[in-house]
Design a binder for this molecule. Structure first.
Ligand SMILES: Nc1c(C(=O)O)ncn1[C@@H]1O[C@H](COP(=O)(O)O)[C@@H](O)[C@H]1O
Length: 151
C-alpha cells in the first residue's frame, strides 16, 4: 500500500488471505514518497517467490501501475477511498492503464480490498488444489449465510 493510512482498507485483503491460509506479506511502498523502495520491491518480487501483488493506493494512485510496469507478476489494484474525491480519483488513476501494462482493478475501498484477495486466491488456486478446495468452501459458507427472506 502507498501509506500506512491505507491499512484500514488494505487490512481487509490481509484478513481474507489469512482466512484462506495464503502466505502473504504487507508493505508500505510509494511511487511518490519511496521511489527507490518501489523499484526494488517490484523488481525483486518474482525472484523472492511472490506470485501475485495486491497494490492499494489513494488519490493520484500511481503505485499499482508503476509496480505492473516493473514485474510480470499479476498486479491487482485497489483504489483506496480518498478524502477529497471519495476514491474516484484513485479508481481512475488505477484503472486507466495504457494497453500493454495491465492492472486488474477492483472496487473502491474495503470491498475491493477483500475481493483483491479473493481474486489472488483464484489465480493461485489454478495450480494449488488444496487452496482451490478452501476457496470453494469459503464461497459455499458465504452462500449458506444468505437468508432467503429479510425477517
Ligand atoms: N497514491 C499514493 C502513492 C503512490 O501511488 O505511489 N503513494 C502514496 N499514495 C497515497 O496517498 C494517500 C494519502 O497518504 P497519507 O495519508 O500518508 O498522506 C494514501 O491513500 C496513499 O495510498
Amino acid at each position: 500500500m502507498g501509506s500506512t493510512s491505507d491499512w484500514e482498507t488494505m487490512s481487509r485483503a490481509a484478513d481474507m488471505l489469512e482466512t484462506l491460509s495464503i502466505a502473504h506479506e504487507t508493505r508500505v511502498v510509494s511511487a511518490h514518497r519511496t521511489p527507490d523502495r518501489l523499484v526494488a520491491y517490484a523488481r525483486e518480487a518474482e525472484s523472492r517467490g511472490i506470485r501475485v501483488i495486491v497494490a492499494g493506493a489513494g488519490g493520484a494512485a500511481h503505485l499499482p501501475g508503476m509496480v505492473a510496469a516493473m514485474t510480470h507478476l499479476p498486479v491487482l489494484g485497489v483504489p483506496v477511498r480518498s478524502r477529497s474525491l471519495s476514491g474516484l480519483d484513485s479508481l481512475l488513476s488505477i484503472v486507466q492503464m495504457p494497453a500493454g501494462v495491465p492492472v486488474g482493478t477492483l472496487a473502491i475501498g474495503e470491498a475491493g480490498a477483500a475481493n483483491a484477495a479473493l481474486m489472488a486466491a483464484s489465480i493461485l488456486a489454478l495450480t494449488d488444489e488444496a487452496l482451490r478446495e478452501r476457496l470453494v468452501a469459503w464461497r459455499q459458507a458465504q452462500t449458506d449465510k444468505v437468508p432467503d427472506s429479510p425477517q
